[in-house]
Design a protein around this ligand. Sequence first.
Ligand code: NDP
Length: 240
Amino acid sequence: MARVAVVTGGTRGIGRAICEQLQSEGYTVLASYAGNDAAAEKLKAETGIASYKFDVGDHAACQDACTQIAADIAPVDVVVNNAGITRDGTLHRMSFDDWNEVMRINLGGCFNMAKACFPGMRERGWGRIVNIGSINGQAGQYGQVNYAAAKSGIHGFTKALAQEGAKSGVTVNAIAPGYIDTDMVAAVPEPVLEKIVAKIPVGRLGQAGEIARGVSFLCSEEAGFVTGSTMSINGGQHMY
Ligand code: NDP
C-alpha cells in the first residue's frame, strides 16, 4: 500500500510543489490549509489531491484531522510541516499578537502534527518528518524577530525529535529554504526584493520545486541514515 504523506499548507506555494513531487513518486498525498478554499479546490481539480482544512496552530484540530485521515485512508507515514506565516515588523512595532501568532502556527504547528503522528510512526517502525525552516531562522532578519525565532526553534525541535525517533525508523529533518518565488515572497516590496536577489550568489529566487526535491530525498528509503539534519537550499546566500 502506498505511503500516506500529509503536507501542511500544501495547497499553495512550496507546499503545493511538495504535494506534486510526492504524488509523482507514488505516495498518497493529502494537503492541509487554513482558509483559502479556492486554492484547495484548484489543487484538487488539477492534481486530484484532497485537502483538509484545519489550523495547524490548534492542537486539538491537528489530533482530530490526523485521526480522520487514518479513518478515511490510513495512518500518516510522512508529515511535512510546511505551513507558515509572516507578521513582520521591527520589535518596537511588533504586537504581542504578532509574536504569538507566528510562534503558534510556525513552531506550534510542528509540535501539534508531531504529537498526532509520531507515536504511530514509532509503533509501526517507519516514519518521516520534514520541517520547513528558513534561512531567516539560521541568519536572522531585520523586522522578523517572531519569524526568525520560530524558524530557529524548528531547527532545535528537529534535532531533539530526531534523537527520539532514531531507534524506531523515524527520521526527522529540516529544510531551510532561501528566498523562493511564492506568494509569501511576492508580498515583499519590489525594491526590497531587488536588494535580496542581489545578495543571492546564483542570482535568482529559488523555485518551489527545488525545495520539493529536497523533501523528496529526505522522505525516501535511501535517506534512512539522514536524521536531525538541516538541508539549506538557498542559492548560496547563507553558508555555514
Ligand atoms: P504561502 O504563503 O505561499 O503558503 C502558505 C500555506 O500555508 C498555504 O497553503 C496556507 O493555507 C497554509 N497555512 C498558513 N497558515 C496556516 C495555518 N494556521 N494552518 C494551516 N495551514 C496554514 O507560503 P510559502 O509556500 O512561501 O512558504 C511555505 C513554507 O516555507 C513556510 O513555512 C515558509 O515560512 C517557508 N519559507 C518560505 C520561503 C519563501 O521564500 N517563500 C523562504 C523560507 C521559508 P491558505 O492557502 O488556506 O492560507
